[in-house]
Design a protein around this ligand. Structure first.
Ligand SMILES: Nc1ncnc2c1ncn2[C@@H]1O[C@H](COP(=O)(O)OP(=O)(O)OP(=O)(O)O)[C@@H](O)[C@H]1O
Length: 255
């Protein structure tokens, strides 16, 4: 069987809701999906549709009111270290250097210094921050901070990496550059990536498959297989534009 098509993560009937001023407000409704090993999956949806809530549920930060999550066929409950996360607001520790931030997870896990430094250095090199090991977050540009966040996540050696709108706060040029970078890193250091965005072009540029979510509460509206596009992708290619238009016409407007 094609290795790419092995299911690594399954969501079954995931629902999440919150009580706001005595009213139950659903945020995610009955989401079921399979994620394949090593694929680049993009979860696309309008603003405030429930994307972050869904990612928090997968990462075990929130417990869903209904549904099950299976990792490699076994049900998981809550946080699992095989699932890592890169946030838009990176939560870098300003008092720690790039190295200090990247090695933090391994330090917490009690790994001795030489060993954890070697692993952290590998990922600092991978994200092309070699030479900035001793810099502090305030000395870095937005794109460089994202690189630190990516290196930190990889250093913890997750099998699945969730990236929740990592480039939402970047200017357009840096964003394009980081999209290329994230694909380069994914090709060099294969992991399953679940990348969240509300940007259709970004989704079509990056994804093996796009999961299109509806407006809040988030439901799976459609799944698009973009493998016919091949890689690298050209934003002006007629097939690229056809997918972009098709997804755009099917996307709910953010309320
Ligand atoms: N802890 C909470 N309590 C109450 N409501 C919440 C909570 N967390 C999320 N929500 C609500 O759930 C809905 C979905 O939020 P979520 O952050 O998942 O959206 P999103 O799709 O990630 O949006 P964006 O693209 O703007 O980041 C929103 O209406 C939000 O206000």
């Amino acid at each position: 069987m094609d290795k790419k098509k092995q299911v690594i993560l399954s969501l079954r009937n995931i629902s999440q809701s919150f009580v706001v001023k005595d009213e139950v407000k659903p945020a995610v409704e009955n989401v079921s999906l399979d994620v394949y090993d090593n694929e680049f999956l993009v979860v696309l949806g309008p603003g405030h549709c429930g994307k972050t809530v869904l990612m928090n549920v997968i990462a075990g930060i929130e417990k869903p009111i209904e549904g099950q999550i299976f990792l490699k066929g076994e049900e998981i409950h809550g946080n699992d270290r095989r699932i890592g996360m890169v946030f838009q607001s990176l939560n870098l520790m300003p008092w720690r250097t790039v190295m200090g931030n990247v090695e933090f997870g391994l330090e917490l896990a009690g790994m001795e210094k030489m060993k954890r430094r070697a692993i952290a250095q590998k990922y600092i090199d991978l994200v092309r921050l070699t030479g900035f090991e001793h810099s502090y977050p305030h000395e870095l540009s937005g794109g460089m901070k994202q690189r630190v966040g990516i290196a930190r996540a990889y250093t913890n050696n997750p099998e699945i990496l969730i990236m929740d709108e990592p480039f939402g706060a970047l200017d357009a040029q840096t964003r394009y550059a980081m999209e290329e970078e994230v694909l380069r890193i994914w090709k060099e250091e294969k992991r399953t990536v679940i990348f969240v965005t509300n940007n259709i072009e970004e989704a079509v540029f990056l994804a093996d498959r796009v999961i299109l979510l509806s407006n809040c509460p988030a439901k799976v509206k459609q799944v698009y297989d973009l493998s016919p596009l091949g890689r690298p992708r050209d934003l002006m290619d007629p097939e690229f534009l056809r997918f972009r238009t098709e997804i755009s016409e099917n996307t709910d407007l953010a309320l």
